[in-house]
Design a protein around this ligand. Structure first.
Ligand code: CP
Ligand code: NVA
Length: 307
């Protein structure tokens, strides 16, 4: 521990703009190969282990399918069925898993847990969501923006709702890619300044004002995993923060709508928006698969040309 030269993806700021540009280019190529039924197996005999301490649909599916498509294998572990649930230290789990597998994805609670895990791993560790960050989703979202509208640099993104893992990853992305965030959260659910190292954002008390002129409007659940006990209280506090047609009308006419899913129609987003013409939520979900294949390829094989 301490002198580990292994490259991890534990939060968005772990990669430079240049590394992301490379991963985005590779994603385009890997997605095209897949759509053309072209076999691409650079990771034969390689294994990804996925450790889930929280539920998942998209993250599990995209990592598992992606590793299979790259010619490798993926193994799913959860807290209940592994020794992690019986108190085996994460440091020991990191040591052991990295002796048997080539790359590891972890979805857990505090960011400190994945950091301790990674510091004892001999292989790359990817953050599949913690309380503080969800970098793979924001990478997929930026790739999705790129496909629909080109570079996100210089654009304005409106974040409406909870100051959660998605927002903190968006804030890191704003610093890396050079765009601006308009943020509106209810009183008492504001940004924790200790988690933010950028000034590329403006806070708005009124969520409709935050949407003004935005090129992308995005939101997420009001109650993230691990905060279920606060659900009733949050429903009250977030009243008025729904992303509906009236708020979208304040954004630019060709603004996109994104949501990492799962979504609650009638809470954080109106059906007219998530199921409407500006929504790209299904592309975001699909692109998890393609960006993560490029990410795994980069972490295991480094930069490769013309393949
Ligand atoms: N967006 C996302 O990470 O979804 P899951 O919780 O289903 O993995
Ligand atoms: N903020 C949500 C994202 C789910 C993919 C959560 O942490 O539960």
């Amino acid at each position: 521990a301490g002198q580990n030269p292994i490259k991890h993806f534990l939060q968005f700021s772990d990669f430079t703009r240049d590394e992301f540009e490379y991963v985005i280019e590779r994603t385009k190529l890997i997605k095209r190969k897949f759509k053309n039924y072209e076999v691409y197996h650079p990771l034969v005999d390689r294994t990804l282990v996925m450790v889930f301490e929280k539920s998942s649909t998209r993250t599990r599916l995209s990592f598992e399918a992606g590793m299979h498509q790259l010619g490798g294998a993926a193994i799913y572990l959860n807290t209940r069925d592994s020794q992690l649930g019986r108190g085996e230290p994460v440091e020991d789990a990191g040591q052991v898993m990295s002796r048997m597998c080539d790359i590891i994805m972890v979805r857990t609670f505090g960011q400190d847990i994945i950091e301790r895990f990674a510091s004892h791993s001999r292989v790359p560790v990817i953050n599949g969501l913690t309380n503080e960050h969800h970098p793979c989703q924001v990478l997929a979202d930026i790739f999705t923006f790129h496909e629909h509208r080109g570079s996100i640099a210089g654009k304005t993104v409106a974040w409406i709702g909870d100051a959660n893992n998605m927002l903190y990853s968006w804030l890191q992305a704003a610093e890396v890619f050079g765009f601006h965030l308009n943020v509106s959260t209810p009183a008492g659910y504001d940004i924790d300044p200790a988690l933010v190292k950028t000034d590329r954002y403006t806070v708005f008390a009124n969520p409709s004002d935050a949407c003004e002129g935005a090129h992308l409007v995005t939101t997420d659940v009001w109650t993230s995993m691990g905060y279920e006990k606060e659900n009733a209280e949050r429903l009250k506090a977030f009243d008025g923060f729904i992303v509906d047609g009236a708020k979208m009308a304040r954004a630019t006419p060709d603004a996109l709508f994104m949501h990492c899913l799962p979504a609650h129609r009638g809470e954080e987003v109106a059906a007219e928006v998530i199921d409407g013409p500006q929504s790209v939520v299904w592309d975001e979900a699909e692109n998890r698969l393609h960006v993560q294949k490029a990410l795994i390829e980069y972490l295991l094989l480094g930069r490769i040309e013309n393949k």
